[in-house]
Structures are given as C-alpha cells and as structure tokens.
Design a protein around this ligand. Sequence first.
Ligand SMILES: Cc1cc2nc3c(=O)[nH]c(=O)nc-3n(C[C@H](O)[C@H](O)[C@H](O)COP(=O)(O)O)c2cc1C
Length: 133
Amino acid sequence: MLIEFIYTSHAKTPLSPEQLSTLKKSCIEYNTQHKITGMLLYNNMKFMQVLEGDKETILALFKKIKQDPRHHQVEALILNPIDERNFGQWAMGIADISNESIKPDFLSDPNIVNKALSKKLLLAFSHHLIEID
Ligand SMILES: Cc1cc2nc3c(=O)[nH]c(=O)nc-3n(C[C@H](O)[C@H](O)[C@H](O)COP(=O)(O)O)c2cc1C
C-alpha cells in the first residue's frame, strides 16, 4: 500500500551544510533503492520529513530514523494512504529553510491551498505555524 508518512523531530546539535549534504547523499542512495520519495525540511534545528512509499518499507526506515543519534523527540504526525506521490521526483529533497529567504519552489506556489496535505503541512512548518517542543 502506497502511503505518506510525516514526522517532526529536533536536531541534537546544529547541522552544518556539509552534514546535511552527507545526510542527503545517504538518503538518496537508500531511498532510490527502496522506491521511497519525499521531502525533508530543516528549520533552525527542527526537522519535518515527508516519506512516501510502500507502508512496510516506510515503517522499516522510520524505525532506523527514530534511532538516529543526530536527532531526538521524533514524533509521528500522519500515516495516510495516497493514490499518487506528491514528491515523485525527489528520492529525498532536503531544504535548509533556517534562513527565511530560502524556500523550496513548491512552498512559494500560490496555489498551495489546493495541494496535498503533506505540502500544506510543510508550508505551515516553514512559517513556524507548527510548534514542536
Ligand atoms: C532527520 C533525518 C532524516 C533521515 N531520513 C532518511 C531517509 O529518508 N532515508 C534514509 O535512508 N536515511 C535517512 N536518515 C538516516 C537514517 O536515520 C540512518 O542513518 C540510515 O538509515 C542508516 O541507518 P543504518 O546505519 O542503521 O543502516 C535520516 C536521518 C535523519 C536524522
């Protein structure tokens, strides 16, 4: 079953652009092999990630992600069956949005209100509308 899975977490220490880039590389390799797509936003030490793929595959990956020492306070928000992927072109898009002026394109799409729940959640997260403590 194709699902979208969304969680938030806190980085234990700030991640440098190099560390984010290393993380991205390992995500893309694994996710491509396992037909996983999605988006990871990093906003001042907070993460929100959307993972799309087969349910069992995503839950197996989430088990590993939860144990990753780079972050903690990992909180699952949503597990939703979907008909099609919203991030099909990204084995894992990673955007550091800590700097307000840098936003991924889809977050500046004026029609985002008509878009998928996952995109709305990422938009809300990028505007600090979702507080995680
Ligand atoms: C915020 C965050 C998001 C991650 N997302 C993914 C991901 O999408 N795909 C992936 O393979 N690893 C991801 N990882 C890395 C995994 O936690 C883990 O390091 C990786 O699966 C290798 O685990 P292993 O050494 O136990 O095999 C993420 C880590 C963090 C901190």
